[in-house]
Ligand binder design. Structure first.
Ligand SMILES: [Zn+2]
Length: 398
């Protein structure tokens, strides 16, 4: 017997996805003012790593997410929502594996969508905190890639890799703390540098009205280049130089890059968007990081470490911390391209602000600190490398 159960939730292959209102086949769907923010929130909550599907289902019910018939939205439907690329502005036809750019307005940033997929697929771990070690989930063993686990031993906190016969040695928390401080000290400015930075950023602010137009024009060129790449990709597929699977993979990547670029252009064109403001924010955050860390409580310290650095590793007995862009540029501001240090503060800061501007454009992250607009485009552009938390299996040993 064929059952015809009307489902309140429909997906692109079946028609109208949830969170959007159908405007007829010729028009783009518009975000449902009630459902869309709730769905965006479901992605954010899941993306926080603090929710599994069970908890999220209950939480979304509490927040007011309902089926069209007014019932609780079940786990399986919520799971389909979290898998649905439609919310990022793209349309994927599951049957054929093809992806298209939709006309509808996205409600979930591509970076958040990807992070949620990583969580679902177990590529990044959830946050289930058993014992709150200061540096939990923040350092990895360089030999085996595992997260260092916090332990209590003889009145001290240690971090170590739990793989048997790993050449890494356990490190005391105090040693990790000192390594962080050594890294942050490199971001401190002298009074001369502070004055110089302030003056240069002020000049940039004065010229921003004109510069902004140039920046937007450059971003548009970059968008056009992406469109051209997509055309060439389609040609390659039609000429049968690449197969359908590769074609679809590359097309999806290009569509996501285009979406990110379009967002940047929109943000840059928005009233109030200002690269000098962002530069100033980055410069100030870097300059105050060391003192902020010294006087912060544990949770603030962790946030600061995550915001400023990634790829924190232990090799044997030594710790290495890689600052995130653009903070790495600030830390290395006195090393010029030929490797010789420059002691001319004015020249150093001119070059630094120029490179920072490029970073802010090329690597603006949708979710990170540098979200939003930025200036001169770069040849390569990737998202800010976020720190990827791993399983928290902090143990408590005596
Ligand atoms: Zn190891």
């Amino acid at each position: 017997m064929a059952l015809s159960v009307p489902s309140p939730f429909r997906f692109p292959s079946e028609g109208n996805p949830d969170g959007y209102l159908d405007q007829g086949s010729a028009l783009a769907k518009v975000a449902d003012p009630i459902q869309a923010p709730l769905i965006a929130q479901a992605f954010e909550l899941y993306g926080s790593g603090l929710y599994n599907l069970d908890r999220l289902t209950k939480e979304m019910h509490r927040l007011g997410l309902r089926t069209r018939a007014g019932h609780m939205v079940g786990k399986s439907v919520l799971s389909r929502i979290l898998h649905n690329r439609f919310y990022t502005g793209l349309i994927r036809i599951e049957k054929t594996g093809e992806t298209y750019e939709g006309k509808h307005k996205p409600i979930v940033p591509v970076s958040l969508f990807k992070h949620v997929q990583d969580l679902i697929n177990g590529k990044v771990g959830r946050k289930v905190v058993k014992h709150k070690f200061l540096f939990r989930q923040l350092f990895r063993c360089a030999h085996c890639g595992r997260c260092l686990i916090g332990e209590h031993q003889k009145g001290h906190s240690y971090y170590r890799c739990h793989r048997s016969q790993c050449p890494s040695r356990p490190v005391r928390e105090e040693k990790v703390d000192r390594a962080v401080i050594r890294t942050l000290v490199r971001l401190e400015y002298s009074q001369e540098e502070k004055d110089c930075a302030r003056k240069r950023i002020l000049e940039l602010r004065e010229n921003w009205a004109v510069d902004r137009e140039a920046v937007i024009a450059a971003l548009r060129l970059k968008l056009a280049a992406l469109e051209e790449r997509q055309n060439r990709l389609t040609d390659a597929y039609l000429d049968q130089t690449i197969d359908k699977v590769i074609f679809e993979q590359r097309k999806t990547t290009l569509l996501e890059e285009r979406r990110t670029m379009q967002n940047r252009i929109e943000e840059m064109a928005a009233p109030g968007a200002s690269l000098p403001d962002r530069l100033s924010e980055a410069v100030e955050l870097a300059g105050s990081a060391y003192l902020a860390y010294r006087f912060a409580v544990d949770e603030e310290k962790r946030e600061l470490v995550k915001k400023l650095s990634s790829n924190r590793t232990l090799t044997g007995k030594s710790l290495a911390i890689t600052l995130n862009s653009p903070f790495d540029l600030i830390a290395n501001r006195f090393s010029v391209s030929d490797g010789r240090p420059s002691r001319d503060t004015g020249r150093t800061w001119d070059g630094l602000l120029d490179r920072l501007s490029q970073e802010l454009v090329g690597k603006a992250s949708e979710s990170g600190f540098l979200a939003g607009p930025s200036a001169r485009p770069r040849v390569t552009q990737t998202l800010l490398p976020g720190s990827r938390p791993c399983d928290d299996r902090s143990s408590h040993r005596r």
